[in-house]
Design a binder for this molecule. Structure first.
Ligand code: URA
Length: 209
């Protein structure tokens, strides 16, 4: 699939299976999302450019690589995207965070924005948009539109599960935005849920159902 990386690492697949289980506790689900977040972060940052800097080890001076350019921005779509944040920040602790408040109207399935707060120089940074479930892609498309309206040019999208419908919609709306996911499921049902999926990610992270 053009523009889509399925992270098929055995640890990711194992943890995803544990998360799909309807009997997994809220605590367990949240912990696993953290762990998978870390692993997906590792993959989505795999090609970050490096630059050489001079440092001094206890033995001698050397030119050593470090990540070049401005710190990246993690942009969770509230509220489920926040479940990814902690694990990702474990790997890139100096990343900036942009919060994007978008919810899916349960009737229309359309994206409704209620909050947006990003670093002032977000346009000059790589922004990684986070949402565990790429279902209709309404929220993802809307969140990325909001970022592009602020001149952000370098955007990636990370989710845990994607539906083929969501991938198609996101790739058509924003062909420049590549997607990383742990799995691509069968389809969306009439209520916009990913099948077989794992249910409502927000409810499962926060224990609200
Ligand atoms: N959002 C969820 O949390 N779960 C789905 O299956 C689809 C969208």
């Amino acid at each position: 699939m053009e523009g889509v990386t399925v992270v098929d690492h055995p640890l990711v697949q194992h943890k995803l299976t544990l998360m799909r289980d309807k009997n997994r506790s809220t605590k367990g689900f949240r912990q696993l999302l953290n762990e998978v977040g870390r692993l997906l972060c590792y993959e989505v940052t795999r090609d970050l450019p490096l630059e050489k800097v001079e440092i001094e080890t206890p033995l001698e001076k050397m030119m050593a690589p470090r990540v070049a350019g401005k710190k990246l921005v993690l942009a969770p779509i509230l509220r489920a995207g926040e479940g990814f944040l902690e694990g990702m920040l474990d790997l890139v602790p100096s990343a900036r965070v942009a919060h994007i408040g978008i919810y899916r109207d349960p009737q229309t399935l359309q994206a409704v924005e209620y909050y947006f707060k990003a670093p002032p120089d977000v346009a000059e940074r790589l922004v990684i948009v986070l949402d565990p479930m790429l279902a209709t892609a309404n929220s993802a498309v809307a969140a990325i539109e909001r970022l592009k309206a602020r001149d952000v040019k370098d955007i990636r999208f990370v989710c845990l599960l994607a539906a083929p419908e969501g991938i198609k919609r996101l790739r058509e709306a924003h062909p420049d935005v590549k997607i990383w996911t742990a799995a691509v499921d069968s389809h969306l049902n009439d209520h916009g849920y990913i099948v077989p999926g794992l249910g409502d990610a927000g409810d499962r992270i926060y224990g609200t159902k």
